[in-house]
Design a protein around this ligand. Structure first.
Ligand code: PGA
Length: 252
């Protein structure tokens, strides 16, 4: 059985003080739920205080990105050991916004995945096709190529530590969600590919759906057999909405 995991991706929203207020309200709201893993990914500047707010509690902390090297002359960057020190259990890598706006490639994502695993953090590796890929009928090939490149070098023995997030780019922040059937088909293909790469570990590895997940569509998505959770952007900024998505995961 795979424990569902619901991740809040705050993107560049919420100051440290706002994140701390959200953190304590979130723990009060859903902290006692069992059978779901809750993760919050605030901005780098909020990680320290959020880490203290979540310490020893049920909600886990994630970064939104990481540098591939543990230290060095990389102005403006943050490394896996620095994130681990603040209590991060996870980091998102390869988000489509970073791929589109900051030149992230499958190769750089794979180096970041290696850095996270070396530093004892779990990578949340994002993949997803563009609208052009979908309209050209090559969604699956696009996702397959991203996955192969982004996970190159991961040993099967570490595969269970990975979380994969399938986020069709055309659904991110657009209010246009993949139907549960489209998402399930993509997740099933991803799991099959992970099975070829890693063997039985693919059955324990969690695959999240992301892209306009809302309280009113979460349950149908999460009911799909290969959808093991959600990566939630916009709706995570509203505590009541995020809590409702977390509750939908428990009911599955
Ligand atoms: P969204 O973002 O829920 O606002 O579509 C999801 C994401 O980008 O992770």
């Amino acid at each position: 059985m795979r424990t569902p995991i619901i991740v809040a991706n705050f993107k560049m929203h919420r100051t440290a003080a706002e994140t701390v207020a959200y953190a304590s309200a979130l723990v009060a709201e859903v902290g006692d739920l069992e059978g779901v893993e809750i993760v919050v990914a605030p901005a780098f500047t909020a990680l320290d205080r959020a880490g203290q707010a979540f310490a020893n509690g049920p909600v886990k902390l994630s970064a939104q990105d990481v540098h591939a090297e543990p230290h060095g002359a990389f102005t403006g960057e943050v490394s896996a050991p620095m994130l681990a020190e603040l209590g991060c259990a996870y980091s998102i890598v390869g988000h489509s916004e970073r791929r589109a706006l900051y030149g992230e490639t499958d190769k750089s994502v794979s180096a970041k995945v290696a850095a996270l695993l070396a530093g004892g953090l779990r990578p949340i590796v994002c993949v997803g096709e563009s609208l052009e890929d979908r309209e050209a009928g090559c969604s699956q090939a696009a996702v397959e190529a991203q996955l192969r490149g982004s996970l190159a070098g991961v040993e099967a023995a570490r595969a269970e530590e990975l979380v994969v997030a399938y986020e069709p780019i055309w659904a991110i922040g657009t209010g246009r969600t993949a139907t549960p059937e489209i998402a399930q088909e993509a997740h099933q293909a991803i799991r099959a590919q992970l099975g070829e790469a890693f063997g039985p570990a693919a059955q324990s590895l969690r695959i999240l759906y992301g892209g306009s997940v809302q309280p009113d569509n979460a349950a149908a998505l999460l009911a799909q057999p290969d959808i093991d959770g959600a990566l939630v952007g916009g709706a995570s900024l509203d505590l009541a909405s995020f809590a409702s998505i977390v509750r939908a995961a428990v009911k599955q």
